[in-house]
Design a protein around this ligand. Structure first.
Ligand SMILES: [Zn+2]
Length: 445
């Protein structure tokens, strides 16, 4: 059945067009036409309508740390210890309940596809669940409930860290992340299947957690599916990698065949010129997570250099201290201003591409991310009449709006968010109850 969405403004191609009807049949965009008096619109969308947003890097359960771990000093590594306390108490039921609420929050923020970098695979201590993919299946159900597509980036995680002397044994709290070998990881992942809204991909946690020979094994098992890897988020990773292998993490991944057009380097913060050239030459995506990178004092990566070299830049909310992909997009440009002392290195159209088309490419949903005939019908209406956005030009909405200004979200032709409310989930209530339960368990454990 055809649905016609009438838009006062919509981002089509590389800019805004006015008074446009977008027709949708069977979840796909079937026509994009100027408003005609004889056409009856089914839905009037307010503000400016953008293609769906992709959140290319998520650890859903990190949402439980929001508002509890950002004001107490420490380092990336002390934050990670707090995160492990939460990871220790999760089970398939609580992982599902928490992820369902978090993905609901993402839907409210305009996210139509999420890439979940999933490494909490097994029971505490490392024994498999009766279904060894019980935790991944929990994420699949959570995303389906929330109405967004999932790329399940099942993560290989084998060692506890890297020092100049070599890889370290896993700490007790890391045992549930590992399959013991890359071969065992590949065997478990091979039992996961795609469905209409789920795509199975893979991830190398980092060069800290996966030794060289196993990186090659993961690359071979992944084939042409999406492959993500945390890369050079902290200088300590680079120091350890150079100390042990004599080369940078990027060079190591390149030597192992991991830099592919289907691959994504997450963070890509501390890179050499040669690293940038390698990522660009391979057309490997770079996923920046600006609100996380500033919270964890990581640094600011070279987004303009990566783009110029050929690496598409996309965005993720990672630890979810903030779930606002508009803020991530804006921060890409604003952080660059602080580094370069120049304004406008990334134009609004560049930010839209990072938020939509490039993110969907990274997640393997190449038929999403643009308002164009034949594409998946993902639409995000951002209001231009709120206290934050009133007076804004539609072309500059990403520089003034916040997630709270998202009014309507359509995913594959289904209205998931309307009037700023989720169609089926009371998001704030579910976040509050699931996070309270997780911390109660963490304190008791
Ligand atoms: Zn991450």
């Amino acid at each position: 059945m055809r649905t016609v969405y009438r838009c006062a403004s919509a981002w089509i191609g590389s800019g805004v067009q006015h008074d446009v009807d977008i027709a949708v049949d069977d979840g796909r965009i079937s026509a994009v036409t100027p408003v005609a008096a004889e056409t009856r619109a089914d839905v009037e969308l307010p503000g400016v309508v953008l293609p769906g947003f992709a959140n290319a890097h998520s650890h859903a359960f990190h949402r439980a740390l929001r508002g509890r771990t950002h004001g107490d000093g420490g380092t990336f590594w002390t934050w990670r210890d707090r995160m492990y306390r939460v990871a220790r108490v999760l089970d398939p039921d609580s992982y599902y309940a928490l992820a369902r609420a978090v993905y609901g929050e993402m839907a409210l923020a305009g996210v139509t596809s999420v890439g979940e970098f999933h490494y909490v695979h097994h029971q505490p201590g490392g024994a498999a669940y009766a279904d060894p993919n019980a935790m991944g299946e929990a994420l699949r159900r959570a995303a389906r409930d929330a109405g967004l597509r999932l790329t399940l980036l099942d993560t290989c995680y084998l060692s506890g860290g890297l020092a100049a002397q070599g890889h370290l044994p896993l700490a007790p709290e890391q045992l549930r992340f590992t399959d013991g070998s890359a071969e065992a990881w590949a065997s478990r992942v091979s039992a996961l299947s795609d469905d209409a809204t789920t795509l199975v991909g893979s991830a190398i946690h980092s060069v800290r957690a996966v030794p060289r020979a196993s990186i090659s094994t993961v690359v071979g098992a992944t084939g042409d599916r999406p492959l993500h890897v945390h890369l050079s988020e902290q200088t300590a990773e680079n120091d350890a990698c150079v100390g042990y292998y004599g080369i940078t993490p990027t060079r190591l991944l390149d030597d192992c065949g991991a830099l592919l057009p289907t691959a994504t380097a997450v963070h890509a913060t501390h890179l050499t010129d040669d690293d940038v050239a390698r990522l660009g030459r391979a057309r490997t995506s770079s996923c920046f997570c600006p609100t996380t990178e500033r919270d964890l004092a990581d640094g600011i990566g070279p987004a303009p250099a990566l783009r110029a070299a050929g690496s598409p830049v996309c965005l993720g909310s990672d630890q979810h201290a903030v779930i606002d992909l508009i803020e991530e997009a804006r921060a890409l440009e604003m952080h660059e201003r602080l580094v370069s002392h120049a304004r406008g290195t990334l134009q609004p159209a560049d930010l839209v591409v990072a938020l939509t088309e490039s993110g969907h490419r990274s997640l393997g949903w190449a038929d999403a991310g643009r308002i164009e005939v034949g594409r998946r019908a993902d639409l995000v209406a951002v209001r231009l009449d709120t206290v934050r956005t009133a007076g804004s030009l539609p072309e500059q909405v990403l520089l003034s709006a916040y997630a709270a200004d998202v009014d309507t979200v359509v995913v594959d032709g289904r209205v998931v968010v309307s009037g700023g409310a989720h169609a089926s989930i009371d998001v704030a209530t579910e976040l509050r109850s699931t996070i309270t339960d997780v911390w109660r368990a963490a304190v008791d454990a």
